[in-house]
Design a protein around this ligand. Sequence first.
Ligand code: BF8
Ligand code: SF4
Length: 655
Amino acid sequence: MSTQTPDRRTIDPAAVEMLEAAAAAGIQTAWDRYKAQQPQCKFGNTGVCCRICIQGPCRIVPTKPGMDKGICGASVYTIVARNLVRYIAGGASAHSDHGREIAYTLLHTAEGHAPDYKITDKNKLLKVAKKVGIETEGRELNDIARSVAIKALEDFGKYDSEPCAWLTTNIDEERNRKFKHTTIAPTAIDRSIAQLLHQTHIGTDADPVNIIFGGLRAALADYTGMSLATDLTDILFGTPTPVVTEANLGVLDAEKVNIAVHGHNPLLSQMVVYAARELEGEAIAIGAKGINLVGICCTGNEVLMREGVPTATNFGSQELAIMTGVLDTMIMDVQCIAPAVKDLCNCFHTHLVSTSHISKVPGSIHIEFNEATAMEDAKKIVRHAIERYKKRKPELIKIPPYKKQVVGGFSFETMMDLFGKLNPDSPISVLTDAILAGEIKGVCGFAGCNNQKVVHDHASVEIAKELARNDVFLVSTGCAAGAFAKAGLLSAEGVEAYAGPGLKKFIKRLEEKSGLNAGLPLVFHMGSCVDNTRIANLWTAMAEELKITVPQLPFVASAPEAMSEKAISIGSWVISMGIPTHVGVLPPIEGSELVYGVATQIARDVFGGYFIFDTDPASAAKKLLDRLEKRAWKLKIHRQTAEKYDSDLARVYEG
Ligand code: BF8
Ligand code: SF4
């Protein structure tokens, strides 16, 4: 008998409806495929299967003589550590390659070779230029932009031994020292990734701690690539400001041409936004009421943040958008696009259009997207969608009537503007004062994915509600933000329903001054996964304001449904920065007590941040709260002591 009923697979009401429809129609989804994969291999699940050379796979059974090591003699700790850090190499490659494309587009825009792009946010350009040490006085904007782009590209492959600019200029002095002393500051993004693959080649590094440090260097390279991606994207398309929109499958409109942008890179999705606006008339000419653009995954987050484009689904429920029968085209770029979407397209009229030469799905239509012909390419895709509209099968249309209001667009700059309405001289102190006064307990940053190993959206939403009830200020990115959006936590409705008294007072005080008619949300949406660096900017500003180190700050992170290599990479730089980080899915490291111990305990001694693995949302929320309360209590004690003895605040104490 099946142990899975729809409501145990997802808490999203639209997904429940669609899963029922899928079951009735015999359509296979990720939930079915997950079940078919059970039981999953225990060796793989605990990280003890090595496939690094083709003598393998070597599977380790510590208690069985002869099987306690790989054929080459690699110990279980070497194997688990190598497997773990190779995830980081994958994640850092994905994020940084995305960043590199943005940097090239900025360069080509400045040089006049990418005519459809422009420098939209001049202030951000000047701010970023100053931050990374580029002269701005008396220079043309394009000239400055060119220097900024080159500086960013240098972070990928420069030959000197200075740490990457987008790392050092975004973190505080203490973290810079820490990363230097622990030798994990990357000097070039590409080198740290290549070096990590070299380090983990058969017969190179067998020392698990050294391997993990190599992994952390690549994780900081990941941070560097993400950070420059965020900065340069803001320069090209604008720094997000508050937007009001909606989320869930109910945002699809049966009377309009529906186009979903899916993936990560805004160089394409932003152009599709412009193209859709321009071609609205062509859609009307064929009998539609217009064009309805929706987002899936992080490129959806990018256009939500800047353009208020509604979110249709997050990662876990991406296939279900096609089952509505009204999605005329799904445009994909890179990352997190399940190949299964093409199989679903075969059952409906939807076309899957791939656009990147490194990201194709057999059977889909490929319309290559080039920055030199960006608008033309985007229009071609939108016109393709308009054509598909005519091919709809009315008998297959089913749009679940669920959607929630979303108030998003909270870039770091927008957060500062918001706080600045209460204290223009020191915006960030609005947040830190509320912590010192005990009104809020601290901050939790949510990130990450959906993972079939846990109930879709459940842990993210449950942990957020519990933390909110306990007066924790919440920010989010990625597919966790997608879960919150669909559950109504990204709107004022969420504040009314779940905020504790202190958090409610704090948000309402901000809201009164915000000038936002829609009100402020319970969780502040800070963007896509690369925008986790906006969250890092927030904790750095808070630590600097309080004159403490990041590991002393009442700030925690949670990825309740982490799934991708990118999520592992992000989690690794977040703990290196000094933030206790909850992950709600057990990564494959349990096969080595040593590696598990490094991730959950030793990391705390060295960096102040560490992983908390817990698959139970209630207990995870409690652990996160405990960490915040402990850090806030210590902070207050240390401040009192410093005041009493008229001394400086202790800069280092265990977080
Ligand atoms: O980069 S949260 S499932 S879509 S990996 Fe992917 Fe995870 Fe979603 Fe965004 Ni991030
Ligand atoms: Fe086996 Fe060693 Fe090859 Fe890994 S590297 S597959 S442990 S022989």
